[in-house]
Design a protein around this ligand. Structure first.
Ligand SMILES: O=C(CO)COP(=O)(O)O
Length: 252
């Protein structure tokens, strides 16, 4: 039984006042003890959100992290800073980082390693663009992105980690992958992992991201290999996010 996992990626949204309102709305999640629930606010608000979520069981993630331990890296933040601020982990390789900030598979794997070595939870994001899907390259792209970590760090690198499948064409577009489309990719990713370690593949939580809302979550979570969600836009609305967290309970 894989424990359901849902996270809200707030991206570059929110200010102190709206964060406080959203966090207050999310405090109802304290009841959801059998599910892992996380939020990933922008870095300037980590401490605000860590404080606001105290006692709720909701954990706070970074949206990105440096692969370097410290030093002359203007604008970056290290895993030690995440730890110092009380964060539980970090997203690595989000498609917006790969596409807009030129992060390669190698850099993403280094970030994954840095998070893991600090004992925090890495969330590896993989996904294909619309052109890649149309060219029939979906499975080769997401496998390559997963293998960049698996081959360099081994399957035990995924102990406690989460793998997020986020088709780029479904992010922020309102186009959701159908449950069947997402399930097919999740099953393939699990098979890639199984070639290294079948037990660990069975335990790996693979979550879906891309226009998940309260209204389409149940269909996705009914699929055998969709263990939760990484939610963007809908996580900025407490009721929507609560609805998604409730929907994932069907997997318990
Ligand atoms: O990128 C995402 C989460 O990381 C998904 O974003 P949307 O839910 O807004 O499509």
């Amino acid at each position: 039984m894989r424990r359901p996992w849902v996270a809200g990626n707030w991206k570059m949204n929110g200010l102190r006042e709206t964060n406080a309102l959203l966090a207050k709305g999310l405090s109802l999640l304290a009841a959801e003890r059998e599910i892992d629930i996380c939020v990933a606010p922008p870095a300037p608000y980590w401490l605000q959100v860590v404080d606001a979520m105290e006692g709720t069981g909701v954990r706070v993630l970074a949206q990105n992290v440096s692969e370097h331990a410290g030093g002359a890296h203007t604008g970056e933040h290290s895993v030690s800073m995440l730890q110092d601020c009380g964060l539980a982990g970090a997203l690595v390789g989000h498609s917006e980082r790969r596409q807009l900030h030129g992060e390669t598979d190698v850099v993403v794997a280094e970030k994954f390693a840095a998070v893991r070595k600090a004992g925090l939870q890495p969330v590896l994001c993989v996904g294909e663009t619309l052109d890649e899907r149309r060219a029939g390259e979906t499975l080769s792209v997401v496998s390559r992105q997963l293998l960049a970590v698996l081959e360099s760090q081994g399957p035990d690198a995924f102990d406690g980690a989460v793998l997020a499948y986020e088709p780029v064409w479904a992010i922020g577009t309102g186009l959701t992958a159908t449950p069947e489309q997402a399930q097919a990719v999740h099953a393939s990713l699990r098979a890639v992992m199984a070639a290294f370690d079948a037990d660990r593949a069975g335990q790996l939580r693979i979550v879906y991201g891309g226009s998940v809302k309260a209204g389409n979550a149940a269909g996705l979570f009914a699929m055998p290999d969709i263990d939760g969600a990484l939610v963007g836009g809908a996580s900025l609305d407490a009721q929507e996010f609560l609805g998604i967290c409730h929907a994932v309970r069907q997997r318990l």
